[in-house]
Write a protein that binds this ligand. Structure first.
Ligand SMILES: Nc1ncnc2c1ncn2[C@@H]1O[C@H](COP(=O)(O)OP(=O)(O)OP(=O)(O)O)[C@@H](O)[C@H]1O
Ligand SMILES: [Mg+2]
Length: 315
């Protein structure tokens, strides 16, 4: 288990993260989410012992990483942001390099290589310079380097950044597979990317944890808005206004009239289902209902509400 406790990091006067707390359980895939500059990379670099916190601590199975860094590094694989590879080197040489940095040589290297070639699917590109590879394959090579010592913990900083949709699907499948055996942290600033893979999510905004839980847990505490689109004929201005008077929890967000058809965008708190009442009102007002469709509040809405600044710009 990884326990992150009260982690704070200042770069000079800049506070990158403040009192960050969360845990990752064994065998769990944790999605570490936040907009640009939220402090994801800073936190991950501290967990992987590449950066010292200003205050706070990280424990892996109750061992303080500050006191046991060499021992714990051997148990962690880290795929850094932007996966900095030496582009002129063949994948094979990079793997030799990554292994020798961990004193894995000779027969042990051959075994380790066999393992990562299989899991990361890099066999066919082993002897090509990584600079010539597609981004998806480069990411696989980076992952193979991070895993050459068969770590039980895998930490990946934005592993699908810059990949095309097919490559994203492949890397997701690979990460999901790895997550069956390992404890995994993946960071991203895109919710959908981690939601598909993660068991649980920690959301960071401006250096602080603003949410922590499974999709279900996060949504349970979220008072979002349901949106209802209604297309009707015969709706007069008065009868539309009358709807909002009859049901004060409904807000008419938008109203358009085209070819005798009114398109109304209604919004009301989730947890209430007002479709029946709205339909009843439509009948009473002699509207002819052509379409009614509802969009429930989604995790994206929660993520936006937690990470979007007042005024709409992303932090
Ligand atoms: N070496 C540094 N010196 C000064 N400030 C830094 C340094 N590294 C990061 N920061 C600042 O710390 C904050 C957190 O940065 P960090 O890179 O951890 O965020 P992030 O969530 O990984 O962002 P991104 O999604 O853009 O990768 C930002 O305000 C950033 O400008
Ligand atoms: Mg980052």
């Amino acid at each position: 288990m990884i326990r992150v406790e009260n982690l704070t990091k200042y770069y000079g006067d800049v506070c990158a993260i403040k009192e960050v707390d969360f845990t990752v359980h064994d065998g769990e895939i944790l999605g570490f989410l936040g907009p640009n500059g939220a402090g994801k990379t800073t936190t991950l670099r501290i967990i992987t012992t590449y950066l010292a916190p200003t205050s706070g601590a990280v424990y892996i199975d109750d061992l303080d990483i500050a006191e046991h860094s060499a021992e714990l590094r051997a148990r962690i694989g880290y795929l850094p942001e932007l996966n900095p590879l030496y582009s002129e080197m063949p994948a094979y040489d990079l793997l030799v390099f990554a292994a020798s940095a961990r004193a894995i040589t000779g027969r042990r290297f051959k075994e380790a290589l066999g393992g990562v070639m299989e899991t990361c699917g890099v066999r066919e590109v082993l002897h090509r310079p990584v600079g010539e590879l597609s981004k998806g394959y480069r990411q696989r090579v980076g992952l193979a380097m991070a895993m050459i010592h068969d770590p039980e913990i895998l930490i990946m900083d934005e592993p699908s950044a810059g990949l095309d949709p097919n490559q994203i699907a492949e890397i997701r499948a690979l990460i999901k597979e790895l997550g069956k055996e390992k404890t995994v942290i993946i960071s991203s600033h895109i919710l959908q990317e981690v939601q598909a893979m993660a068991d649980r999510m920690v959301i960071l905004n401006k250096g602080q944890v603003v949410a922590d839980g499974t999709t279900t847990e996060l949504m349970a505490g979220f008072q979002g808005k349901a949106q209802l689109t209604l297309e009707v004929k015969n709706a007069t201005e008065d009868s539309v206004q009358g709807l909002a008077v009859r049901f004060p929890e409904i807000r008419v967000q938008d109203q358009k009239l085209q070819d005798g058809v009114s398109r109304l965008e209604l919004e009301y708190p989730t947890g209430q289902d007002l479709r029946e009442q709205i339909f009843g009102y439509a009948v009473e007002s002699s509207w002819v209902v052509l379409e009614m469709s509802r969009r429930q509040a989604r995790l994206e809405d929660l993520f936006r509400s937690l990470t979007v600044e007042e005024g709409g710009a992303l932090a």
